[in-house]
Design a protein around this ligand. Structure first.
Ligand SMILES: [Zn+2]
Ligand SMILES: [Zn+2]
Length: 551
């Protein structure tokens, strides 16, 4: 047993107590004030036997990265301290620790104080407040999520509660109480966003109305539906008649409305298939007991964004619009659960007073847990969304555009209501906002054919880049797929095994270009009936792009 006084030279210099107690009155404390470079993991592990602190940190490191072999961690590590500001008392601050690597994309993990010691930056006055919340491995905190929903319903009437258009309503829902598929009543329902995976599909027969043998994830979602005080659940395999081609076609093209109209969407972001179940419902979460540093208890927390972004669910094409268009989300991962609506986000491992604070945003590594619909419309929104969507995979290549049409619809719905607020005066046509996936733009001030053609031409300026080693090929002409024309990004999507290494870039965007100097680019489209019309005429047609030739 090592004594606390047995520390190596480097550990003796790193003042953990000072970071935890924040004993630097009169001075604002930033995270750069304390950091402990582990440098090479092997060097650090070697001292485990000789130094009390190295020993302690090795234990914590192993616990924090329990899912990764310690020796396969990035070599260079830093344990840093980061400030927590108190949302009620701005002068009071506390500290949490964060293991961070210098390697890009390498995991960051957090050590959150169970009781954070908040110190007044000027007077050294202090008090304790709960911060990191230990979670129950077996059950999610239903009370907490019911409170989030209640708050969202009462306070976010314009952003989270309005259902703009009932373009399409579902015919069937799962009645979770009686455990049958029923004709959809005019009632609130919950949607499930998940990955079917390798579960046998014969279990998902529409005719099996008794729902006897259903995959664990679906069964768990039914349980959660009831615990949230609701009764009806929508799950694609059970609520669309797979044997009725017309109904199936209709539902696929209107998938966005189904998710947009749902009261909340349950996101199964753990495991790689529907047999996995929801962690915290039928299977335990991966939780670790609190760890002690100088008589203060800390708890280990996964990096929330990595937790979600690494999930199989997040690599699939259809789940993109399911997620983006959902008004409210309840997200299940192996470590904890999260709630997110258009205005609010929180996680189980954080005390509710710190929801939506800067500390939480910093832990997320980005502003949001998952992308949300931006409140203010900008023209570029559609390009950023396409860039997010592009690397995702689809089972059927023919769905490359189908799985994204909801995002086009959402943005065109909004621009037709709010186009006057778009400073550039550009808006997206309501009827046909794209042609084979290429966005179409109309100009409020100058609505002629040359203008729309020219902007269409600009949107053709996309390229595929290899993320690590720069541009791979400028355009996809040589990689034509039969389903989509080579000038559409949809023709290059879904051809590579490892999608993560490629991204799409739209370099010339209509909003980045000034006034049209000399527009002499004209585009016409040909209907399958043989009729040739201008792009602006196309934007008002009831027939969509599939009824037009791609040339
Ligand atoms: Zn040491
Ligand atoms: Zn809300």
């Amino acid at each position: 047993m090592l004594r606390t006084s047995q520390t190596c030279e480097r550990c003796a210099r790193a003042d953990f107590s000072k970071a935890i107690m924040r004993s630097t009155p009169g001075k604002d404390f930033y995270y750069e004030d304390f950091f402990y470079e582990i440098r090479t993991i092997s060097m650090f592990l070697d001292r485990e036997e000789e130094c009390f602190r190295c020993n302690q940190l090795t234990k914590i490191l192993r616990m924090t990265f329990s899912d990764i072999e310690t020796t396969s961690l990035p070599e260079c590590f830093r344990l840093g301290a980061t400030s927590i500001s108190n949302p009620a008392l701005t002068r009071y601050q506390s500290t949490y620790f964060c293991f961070r690597s210098f390697e890009r994309g390498a995991p960051w993990r957090y050590l959150l104080p169970v009781q954070a010691r908040f110190v007044d930056n000027f007077s050294n006055d202090h008090f304790y407040h709960s911060f990191g919340k230990p979670i129950s491995p077996d059950t999610i905190d239903y009370n907490m999520f019911n409170d989030c929903i209640k708050l969202c319903r009462s306070r976010h009437s314009t952003t989270c509660n309005s259902i703009s258009q009932f373009r399409f309503t579902t015919k069937r829902l799962i009645d979770c109480k009686d455990r049958v598929i029923c004709t959809a009543p005019n009632s609130r329902y919950i949607c499930l966003s998940y990955v079917w995976g390798d579960a046998p599909t014969e279990n998902a027969t529409f005719d099996d109305r008794s729902l006897a043998e259903i995959p664990q994830t679906v069964s768990d979602a039914m349980f959660v539906t009831l615990r949230l005080g609701m009764r009806y659940l929508w799950v694609d395999r059970y609520c669309i008649d797979q044997n009725n081609p017309e109904e199936k076609h209709d539902a696929i093209r209107n998938m966005d409305s189904i998710y947009r109209n749902a009261f909340i969407t349950i996101i199964a972001a753990a495991g790689s298939g529907s047999d996995y179940g929801l962690p915290g419902v039928s299977r335990p979460r991966k939780s670790t007991p609190p760890v002690g540093i100088d008589s203060h208890a800390f708890m280990v927390m996964q990096n929330p964004s990595i937790d979600m972004k690494d999930s199989t669910w997040n690599t699939r094409g259809w789940t993109y619009q399911e997620m983006l268009l959902s008004r409210r989300r309840l997200i299940f991962t192996d470590y904890q659960s999260y709630f997110q609506c258009q205005k609010h986000q929180t996680m189980e491992q954080l005390h509710k007073d710190f929801e939506s604070t800067d500390s939480m945003k910093r832990m997320l590594g980005y502003k949001h847990l998952l992308p949300t619909q931006e409140e203010f419309f900008t023209v570029d929104e559609i390009y950023s969304r396409l860039e997010e969507y592009y690397p995702r995979t689809l089972r059927y290549e023919t769905d490359n555009i189908n799985a994204f049409v909801g995002v086009f619809r959402e943005l065109s719905d909004r621009t037709s209501d709010h186009y006057s607020s778009s400073p550039s005066g550009l808006y997206m046509p309501h009827q046909n906002p794209h042609f084979y996936g290429i966005p179409l733009w109309l100009d409020l001030k100058l609505a002629d054919d040359d203008n729309i053609s020219w902007r269409f031409g600009l949107s053709l300026g996309w390229r595929i880049e290899k993320v690590k080693n720069g541009p791979l090929f400028a355009h996809a002409g040589a990689m034509v797929k039969p389903s989509f024309p080579s000038w559409s990004w949809a023709s290059t999507k879904g051809q590579r095994l490892n999608h993560d290494h490629y991204r799409i870039v739209f370099s010339s965007r209509p909003s980045h270009s000034g006034e049209i100097q000399d527009a002499n680019f004209s585009a016409y489209v040909t209907h399958k009936s043989g009729e040739r019309i201008s792009l602006s005429a196309y934007t008002t047609r009831a027939d969509d792009y599939t009824l037009f030739h791609p040339w």
